[in-house]
Design a protein around this ligand. Sequence first.
Ligand code: EAX
Length: 326
Amino acid sequence: MLKKVGMLMLGIALCVSMVQIASAKTVIRVAHTIAPDSHYNQGLLYLDKLLKERTNGEIELEIYHSAQLGSERDAVEGVAMGTLEMTLISSAPLANFTNKFMLFDLPFIVRDREKTYAWLDGPEGQSILDSLLEQNLMGLGIWENGYRNLTNSKVAVKNPEDVKGLKIRLMENPIHVATFKSLGAYPVPMPFGELFTALQQGVVDGQENPMVIIYTSKFYEVQKYVSLTGHFYAPAVLLINKAFWENTLTEEQRKIFKECEQEAKTWERQFSMKGEQELAAKLKEAGMEVIEPDKDKWIEATKPIYQQFEDQIGKEIIESLVNAQN
Ligand code: EAX
């Protein structure tokens, strides 16, 4: 009997020490689809640095860039199932999971970035993030992908009608698709990981993305024109598996994580903004023609999209974001 108790005690002691070893260091795998020198990757590296410093090395990130672990949709599914801990993605593909983020897909809805940051970081942004909780997805914060600009290899697009007949790759999002369709383009929704090859082989004529992505993905090698349309503003969402967040991290670690996340978000937004200001010149140097379109014409041409999606998104929330920028 005593021997049995002794064995049991030893077993318990072993288990406890194993848990201690396991909790000594928690590695969080985080996937995203874009290049190592992009705003996403640099922002995540900064978050990793903060986490390591402030948890004395208890928490660190293992970052998988360039769609190494699949598309954004794959990443969201992985985080929901717990086969992946974290991802940073554009909000647009989340339309496959909830309609709460579709607000941001409306053309030209974000005109004042700073005021929008405040709205995103407040209760409205939080309630949008919370819409994913029932799918085991915990939204940690809304970072930035940025204003999307159109590139293509065929015509110097200045006015909305210039896109007629162009095959344009878009994210998998119904509002994006409807917008370009209404302008007479052929929308081709496809995951980002397949885009460079599709442009290179002429499967599509063009695509749209923020300057940081156009530059760091070297789209200037396969695209001639960049039109500074800024037609959609893409927030980026940092998602973590809810069970992992609640059960693997301690309360203290979650508190530190939240603080680090906020600082990294601010850092990443600034990095993104700076890229936007500086990269037109670099794209020119790389051989692209940079076109300044008349934005008012684009705003006018894409207005009907609001009515088309108003019911699905909710009038109130649209007004809230618009009013927050007045
Ligand atoms: O989230 O798919 C896209 O065009 C996105 O901008 C990119 O994956 C980053």
